[in-house]
Design a protein around this ligand. Structure first.
Ligand code: SF4
Ligand code: FE
Length: 481
């Protein structure tokens, strides 16, 4: 059993020696950076939960590949109950960290690649599935964090990959060498990339005949010397660098990174799709559906934190008993649980793939994610409404500690006497973080665009809805031939 603790995970990721461009400087001390630490702490949470007696049962599961007990974040789902447990685990992490804990993309990529390679081998006689089984057994046994990398820059949206001025705008096989391939290109918005040991590169969309070079799926270690990282900015991110962290609002956080592959050599045993264009779209669809299911857990957990903070600030402001406040909090709960219901439903309706692992119900997973593109914004609006205008004008932690300004802040921000001013400020900062600060990257913008923007879900919903069957039903009902 190789279940790492959070501390062991942090040590292991520190040993990778990753370098990144951050705020205009290239740094080799990524793990020491105040910008990165909150995001590493969030990933570490997923490791510690596997050792916590209260959550161990949910997080630890027997591997279908090697029989070892592994962290569910690297599990291949074996039943609808496994899919349900995944969502429950994500909700737990969402409330525990109130941010994106980054580890789901690898799990979602692995489950999608597992069944896609199986189907591809059956049709084309390739041997990708066994390669992937070997690779993923190693990941499970080492308890590693894997970034599932899908989103290409895409250049001119009106042009196909092969028609772009720069062919690297979609990750591609640039060259072939004995024993492997050389890939070139970039992946944008990579969640948790600098906190990962490995990268699973996947195509970004359905490739067509003539686009074989772009139909590539493979694994690359994050510390490959030809991979370059450029750190993404978040609203109010430099607050994380201040001495007093109270103004950040949350000691946990997410991270997104632009990742550049500059002629990276990938040996054959790490290649899981290479030119089979007919499986590129299937892989994208399966990964996207798993990740759309994921949002039915993680965003709900963060929603729990926002609802808790909103109810608490209402108490602190002395308005918790007002009927309109109670009603707004009920509305927040209703929206949040609606997302969760879809996450559970698409899991419970999951079905076995030919490879043996389980795939979510595609229609319900897309309905889940489409709700996620809307409801967190409404939750944020209601939280802002209940919290009051102080949310936008709160003085800093440094001023609270200032001998002159501090006493005025204590005097004039006093509300419900059951709560000290400093606690009221902490709660307001958490709400600010989630609705307008660094946490809004994960809770709002990622809810809109992560796992694909709303249009992508609408297309899938249109495809999966079985409209013909409904029309047929009405014709039968009305005796229309
Ligand atoms: Fe996991 Fe949610 Fe972050 Fe995606 S956005 S990695 S599902 S926590
Ligand atoms: Fe995401």
């Amino acid at each position: 059993m190789a279940l790492k603790t959070g501390k062991e995970y942090l040590e292991s990721v520190g040993q990778l020696g990753l370098e990144a461009h951050m705020l205009g400087k290239k740094t080799s001390e990524v793990n020491e950076s105040g910008l990165v630490k909150p995001s590493q702490k969030a990933v570490a949470f997923t490791f510690d939960a596997a050792h916590d007696p209260k959550t161990q049962e949910l997080f630890c599961v027997e591997s279908s590949l090697c029989g070892d007990v592994v962290n569910r974040f690297s599990h291949l789902h074996q039943s609808p109950q496994d899919l349900v447990n995944k969502v429950k685990m994500q909700r737990h992490c969402g409330l525990g960290t109130a941010c994106c804990f980054q580890r789901c993309v690898g799990m979602d990529a692995a489950n999608a690649i597992f069944s896609t390679t199986y189907d591809c081998d059956a049709k084309h006689g390739t041997d990708y599935h066994q390669r992937f089984r070997d690779y993923w057994t190693w990941i499970q046994q080492k308890d590693l964090v894997v970034d599932g990398a899908m989103t290409d820059p895409k250049g001119d949206r009106g042009k196909r990959p092969k028609d772009q001025l720069d062919p690297d705008l979609f990750v591609r096989v640039k060259e072939r060498r004995p024993g492997g391939i050389v890939i070139s290109g970039a992946k944008l918005h990579q969640t948790g990339m600098l906190n990962s040991h490995e990268i699973l590169v996947m195509p970004t969309m359905t490739m067509r005949e003539g686009e074989e070079a772009w139909a590539v799926c493979c694994a690359v270690p994050t510390n490959d010397q030809n991979v370059r990282y450029i750190y993404g900015r978040q609203a109010s991110d430099t607050r994380k660098l201040e001495a007093d962290l109270m103004d950040v609002g949350n000691s946990f956080g997410g991270q997104e990174v632009m990742t550049v592959f500059e002629d990276v050599f990938v040996p054959d045993e790490r290649v899981f799709l290479d030119g089979e264009v007919d499986f590129s779209g299937i892989l994208v669809e399966r990964f996207a559906s798993y990740h759309r299911q994921s949002y039915g857990g993680c965003k709900v957990g963060v929603g729990d934190a926002l609802i808790g903070a909103t109810a608490l600030i209402a108490q602190m402001n002395g308005v918790a008993g007002a009927s309109h406040i109670k009603d707004k909090i009920v509305e927040m709960i209703h929206l949040n649980e609606t997302i969760y219901s879809c996450g559970i439903a698409c899991s419970a309706e999951g079905q076995a793939t030919a490879s043996g692992n389980y795939l979510v119900n595609l229609l319900l997973a897309n309905v889940c994610k489409l709700n996620v593109t809307r409801f967190p914004y409404e939750l944020a609006r209601l939280a802002t409404d209940v919290a009051g205008g102080l949310l936008g004008t709160l003085p800093s932690a440094a001023d609270l500690n200032d001998p002159v300004a501090g006493p005025y802040i204590e005097k004039y921000l006093a509300a419900n006497p059951d709560y000290p001013v400093v606690d009221r400020m902490k709660v307001l900062r958490l709400i600010e973080n989630l609705v307008a600060g660094a946490g809004a990257v994960g809770y709002l913008i990622e809810s809109m665009h992560g796992a694909g923007p709303p249009t992508a879900q609408r297309i899938m919903i249109g495809r999966q809805a079985g409209l013909d069957q409904k029309i047929e039903g009405v014709k039968n009902l009305l005796n229309i031939a």
